[in-house]
Structure formats: C-alpha cells, structure tokens
Design a protein. Structure first.
Length: 325
C-alpha cells in the first residue's frame, strides 16, 4: 500500500537525518515518544504540530499552541497553519522538517560515468597534454637540445597536477564520502589543456594583429578558466549549498584577476609598456600589412627624439628613479 506521506527530518548541514513513512491520515510531530515522528530538539514542544490533509486534499501543517511556533523553512513570520502545497519545508525550533506526499514525483536519475571511463579519459587527456607541452618546448628551443630543458617542466607540471587533484580528492572524501580521484584528475588535465590552448591563441592573435592588448589581458581568460575549473570540482563534490560556495569561489577568482590587472597597470605606468608582441610566429600568421622601410625609420626617428627629450628632464618626485643620483 502506498504511503500517505513521508516526513523528513534534516540535520544541521541540510542532509536528511531520518525519513519516516506515515500511513495514517494524520501525523503528529514533537519531542514526546507518543508522536508519529520524534524530534530531538529542546526548542520543540512535546506535541508541536500535526500534519493533515485540508479540504482540497493538500497537506497542511498546524501549530498545536506551542511557545516557539511554526515557520516556513525560509520564512521569518510565525504562522498557526501552513500549507505545504508549494513548499514542503517547515521549521520548528531549530529543526527543518519536510513533508512529501506519497505520490510526490522525484527527479529522473542522473547519468553516471563508470570510474574506468574516467581513467581512460585521464590517460588520453594526460598523453595529449604532455605531448602538446613537449612539442611547444621543442619549438621554443633556441639552444642545443637538452633533455633537462624539455622534461623538467613536464615533471613539475605532473607534480602540480597530482597535488591539485589530491587536494580536491581529499575534500570530496570529507564532504561526499568518495575521493573520486579519477574524475578530479580529468577536470584538472582538461583545465591545463584549455590554459595552454588559450595562451597559444592569445599570443597568435597578438602577433597576427600586432595588438599588444590581447597578450596583456590574456591572464583574464586564464582566471576565467580557473573559476570554471573550481566550479567543475565543486559540482563533482556536490556540496549542499553549491550556489553559496560557488559565489565565494567566483568572488575570490574575480578578486585575484582584479589585483593582477591593477598590478600590471601600475607596472606599465612605472616601467612603460613592453616593446615586443611576445612570442613570434611564422610570417604567414601575420594578418595586418608590415610597415614599409620609410615608415619604420620615421617612427624610429620620432622615438629617438622623444628619448633625447626625456634624457634632459628631471625624474618626477616619488617615482621609481627619484632617489637615484
């Protein structure tokens, strides 16, 4: 026979501490042992409230004349009777109680990726990441090939990935009960690939369009990738208050990006903007026409004139060169 209702008593962290099946037309909740649901809370009366069906067939909670009263789960106003049609949660004392009809529809099951599938993805993504970094290190070599120059950064990256993944696995073990190391490693390796590709994209665009601003502000995209990575880790852990935790993480990431942008601006103001575009690319990547010989020498002459005038000026007080004789 289908249960008429289910009564859930929530713990302080929001998890369901107990779930009671009620087959009778009415349920009574309180601290006394003759209730259908016993709540161990000193701020709950021995007979605090009763749950019954109203004339429309919907569940209703009614206060039994208690001292601390009855509240909606997120409400601030005390009420003598509370309809549970739209919001099944209510608060008595310091305890949250939720009441569901026996025919209450639950969400569909979520797809579950087998752990071995995560391991296979870890192997494929890790191999792709290290091959990509190996290729980039080899292309950036300007001296004789050296195994230390090529392999040492890869070893450092492997150690950093293991430490980062281990930290999230420990948090997942504490709050979720399962470490899920393979899943967190998959997220971390994917984030590393995204950061490497983003760096390649911004440097290439900066070279192609001769626009230093793209490379100067590429760190903002890296911070965005970091925020998305933290969100993916948190979603895998599944904390109860995910929105609040994500808001805190996003605030920290945004603060870090803002501090870095301010530091770059102050450094550029004090030391000037860099004269190069960063990493060079093949000439075929150039999207804007090159300057002619006359334009180059004319700009060089103008720059020389500005430098000559700057050499005759006294440094501004309080500047980085103000105390140097």
């Amino acid at each position: 026979m289908a249960a008429m209702m289910w009564v859930e008593v929530l713990a302080r962290d929001g998890e369901v501490r107990s779930r009671e099946r009620i087959d009778s037309p009415e349920a009574r909740i309180g601290r006394a042992f003759d209730n259908d649901v016993v709540v161990d809370d000193p701020h709950v009366a021995p007979h605090h409230l009763r749950i019954f069906r109203g004339e429309d067939g919907e569940l209703v909670a009614e206060d039994l004349g208690t001292l601390n009263g009855l509240y909606a789960e997120h409400g601030a106003a005390r009420t003598a009777r509370l309809s549970l049609r739209g919001e099944p949660g209510l608060r008595i004392g310091r305890t949250i109680v939720r009441v569901h009809d026996g025919a209450h529809a639950v969400a569909a099951e979520k797809p579950l990726t087998p752990p071995r599938a995560h391991l296979r993805w870890d192997l494929v993504l890790s191999l792709g990441l290290f091959l990509l970094i190996l290729l980039l290190n080899w292309l950036n070599l300007t001296t004789e090939p050296n195994a230390n120059v090529v392999l040492v950064p890869m070893i450092g990256l492997a150690v950093a990935l293991a430490a980062w993944t281990g930290l999230w696995a420990v948090l997942s073990r504490i709050f979720f009960g399962q470490a899920q190391f393979a899943l967190h490693l998959r997220i971390a390796v994917t984030a590393c690939i995204a950061i490497v590709l983003w760096d390649l994209l911004t440097e290439t665009l900066s070279f192609s369009f001769a626009w230093r601003t793209i490379a100067d502000h590429a760190a903002l995209g890296a911070w965005a990738i970091l925020g998305a990575t933290c969100y993916a880790h948190l979603a895998a852990i599944g904390p109860r208050h995910l929105k609040l935790v994500v808001s805190v993480v996003l605030a920290l990431v945004t603060s870090g990006a803002a501090l870095q942008a301010v530091s770059r601006a102050e450094s550029r103001e004090a030391m000037g903007q860099r004269a190069t575009l960063g990493d060079l690319r093949p000439p075929a990547f150039r999207a804007v026409p090159l300057a002619t010989t006359d334009e180059f020498f004319r700009e060089a002459a103008d720059t020389r004139a500005r430098v000559d005038r700057a050499r005759t000026k006294e440094p501004p007080p309080g500047g980085p060169l103000g105390e140097i004789d």
